[in-house]
Design a protein around this ligand. Structure first.
Ligand SMILES: [Zn+2]
Ligand SMILES: [Zn+2]
Length: 346
């Protein structure tokens, strides 16, 4: 079969590899749609290394059709449309046992430790089936929408950590696909105002088209002043960093009200450091939170929101490529011209 193989940092090629077959407890999917994640680009450029192997196949946001069922698998049959939560918790460590399986000490993931979805076929490991990570999707749900359940679930995890409440003013820094997902979820969670900060004009417009209240150009406008103008001078309730720029962490602290909450959602490059005004956190009693991966329950919630049309996934996919052009697709995703890039294999 064809697969986009990552041979080393900066070196990804489409090549023939052995087609996987199902061992006991495993499934083989024909990948129907995979979407490109910002993390894939960071891996490709050598800026993220945890869990990364060479050679390997990337792609952890995907859905497909079951084409082979391993011995002992009774819950799926050939032809089933399936999407898979790629993050597999061990279910045994201290974190798994206390409800924080997203930070499992023995966490493994498809697209990292297991080969991912930029390929014609994908093997769903037995471990993923045992932990219920594979989910049958409703007939007729677009595979592309199901692929987006993973990033949406990560956003749901971040949203829970930062605690968006009814009536909140939520500010999101960065209007990429993740920022737009946060905006849509914040709205569903009851935010009174959703404000986006984004220097790229195309992305600001995309945010406004998708229902964001205010889209601010931080290079030309004073974002803090805009926020104070709509919050009686107090500041935002919540700021979510949806772009991995360390210096923005301090900016985020200046945008929230006393007792406000900040979520450092986007990943940073290994070793990144930032300086921040410690007194902002101290005197303003600001709560700073992080976000890592997703829990199985987040994945199921995300799928239900997408299947029910409560989050419009289709509008996030702006560029589509065939698997044969997977390398091109990664380049397009890196260019910043696209929102979400999908790789299809019909
Ligand atoms: Zn992702
Ligand atoms: Zn664990």
């Amino acid at each position: 079969m064809k697969a986009a193989v990552l041979r080393a940092p900066d070196d990804v090629v489409l090549q023939d590899v052995a087609t996987p077959s199902a061992g006991p407890g495993e499934l083989i999917l024909k990948v129907k749609a995979a979407t490109v994640c910002g993390t894939d680009i960071r891996i490709l450029r050598g800026r993220k290394t945890k869990g990364v192997r060479f050679p390997s196949v990337l792609g952890h946001e995907f859905a497909g059709e079951v084409v082979e069922v391993g011995a002992g698998v009774s819950q799926f049959s050939c032809g089933d449309p399936v999407s898979v939560n790629p993050v597999i918790p061990c279910r045994k460590c201290a974190y798994c046992k206390t409800g924080r399986e997203n930070v499992c000490q023995n966490r493994q993931a498809i697209g990292y430790e297991f080969d991912g979805a930029y390929a014609e076929y994908l093997k769903v490991p037995a471990l993923a089936l045992e932990s219920g990570n594979a989910v049958r999707i409703p007939q007729g749900m677009p595979y592309e929408a199901a692929a987006l359940a993973e990033p949406l679930a990560c956003c749901i995890n971040g949203l829970r950590n930062v605690g968006v409440e009814l009536g909140d003013v939520v500010v999101i820094l960065g209007a990429g696909p993740i920022g737009l997902m946060h905006a849509a979820l914040a709205r569903r969670a009851g935010a009174r105002l959703v404000i986006m900060s984004e220097p790229n004009e195309m992305r600001r417009q995309a945010a406004l088209d998708r229902g964001v209240d205010i889209a601010c150009d931080p290079t030309k406008e004073d974002l803090a002043q805009v926020i104070r103008g709509v919050t009686d001078g107090l500041g935002a309730d919540v700021v979510i960093l949806a772009i991995g720029v360390p210096a923005l962490a301090n900016e985020a602290l200046k945008l929230v009200r006393k007792g406000g909450r900040v979520n450092l959602f986007a990943g940073f490059s290994a070793g990144d450091m930032a300086t921040f005004d410690v007194n902002l956190v101290h005197y303003n009693e600001i709560i700073v939170t992080g976000a890592s991966a997703l829990r199985r329950q987040d994945y199921e919630t995300a799928l239900k929101l997408l299947a029910g049309g409560l989050i419009d996934a289709n509008s996030l996919v702006t560029h589509r490529f065939e698997l044969a052009d997977a390398v091109e697709a990664l380049k397009e995703a890196e260019s910043g011209r696209a929102l979400k890039v999908a790789i299809r294999n019909d």
